[in-house]
Design a protein around this ligand. Sequence first.
Ligand SMILES: Cc1cc2nc3c(=O)[nH]c(=O)nc-3n(C[C@H](O)[C@H](O)[C@H](O)COP(=O)(O)O)c2cc1C
Length: 436
Amino acid sequence: MASRIINHLSFKRTRFLQLNPFIRLASTMPNINTPAPGAREYYPLNKPAIGTYIDGAQPELFKPLTIKDVTFKNRIFVSPMCQYSSSDGHATDWHLVHIGGFATRGVGAICVEATSVVPEGRISPEDAGLWTDSQMAPLKRIVEFCHAQGTKVGIQLAHAGRKASTYAPWVKERVGHGASWISEENENGWPNNVYGPTTTPFSETYPHPKEMTEQDMQYVEDAFVAATKRSREIGFDFIEIHGAHGYLIHEFVSPLSNTRTDQYGGSLENRLKFPTRLLQRIREAWADKPLFVRISATDWAEGPEKAEDGTWLQWGIEQSNLWVDKMLSLGVIDLLDCSSGGNWSKQKISPISAAEIGHGYQVPFAESIKKAHPSLIVGAVGSITDPKIAESYLKDGKADVVFLARELMRNPHWALTAAKALGAKVKAANQYDRAW
Ligand SMILES: Cc1cc2nc3c(=O)[nH]c(=O)nc-3n(C[C@H](O)[C@H](O)[C@H](O)COP(=O)(O)O)c2cc1C
């Protein structure tokens, strides 16, 4: 009897719902906590993605940007930051937490730290690497986590050149300035397998490098290509090539560090030869995806970039612009990430001292490159902390995106706090929404 009554009621309900499609939709749709699709475990779907502009005045910082087929939801990018926390070049759970923490807090993109394409290209023994297949799995886990949070993630591929085999910063600090910073063999280093464009060391506290042969260059190129292919397999959205901070590529382009007398040294054309060939080969393996290049726009050495007779004395903005011309004409760059320094041990960031480096102190270099190459997407970096000033860089056309490092370590929620300061409503993670 009871079951007949239930059946009857159920029939009546079905008829009612068939005749009222709206109610049918509402009452048959289960109120489940929607999972992020494709993730390897359950995470709630954030819709729109965390860090997406929703309402209020839309700041430039929160306008999406598309490069090739990748759309970044906003223009606040995490600058690459070495963590000196890898296990034989393999990313660890530290990296998952470090990168994952940014992925859940609203930035438009994250660039994973300088990741060496060969073991001896690491800055320190604990640096990240992508020279062998076993290094892919922990990175894939991180990339998949970022994607499940709706955040794009790329990797900075690097080779430290003559600045390899040194200590992590806090070990350097412990050892002190003026003492050797060389990580010796018994300290997990490889000081006898450090190479650069010449045999001149960065300073006396750094390893004495070997001068690279043509074969060495081919080997490094092949390693960059192999790491690029691995990056594709892992699922990275973009690659950034580290051409800054006095590492291998910067060492080749600067007349201060490249005094070779063969076809790879001397004239600007010669100094650009190896970096250009390298970028062309990387582009071949990464044709359809965004390719970023980070450069140092100056060596910050004393004196001018060029002598009166036209001789280049140090690396500077004039040659940076010429290099960008070349990269653009060859189609080997989609975004220029404009940094500075790191190649001259006696560098002086002028006219102010390093202790007084002001807000956006490298922005004038980004601006110069942007002005000379309006179609190129340019990133500014360096002591960018204030949301309103950061917004002005984009509004005034000085740059298209901002990269932040230290400020994001201090305040991983910077994107959301910046939105608030700029009067915009931006999506917070469902899980964190009650804080906003
Ligand atoms: C802990 C730390 C690690 C860094 N590691 C890298 C790196 O792997 N690759 C790189 O190009 N720059 C690296 N940098 C430089 C930053 O990406 C950034 O250019 C610099 O810190 C200036 O930006 P900021 O003032 O926002 O910190 C690092 C900076 C810090 C503080």
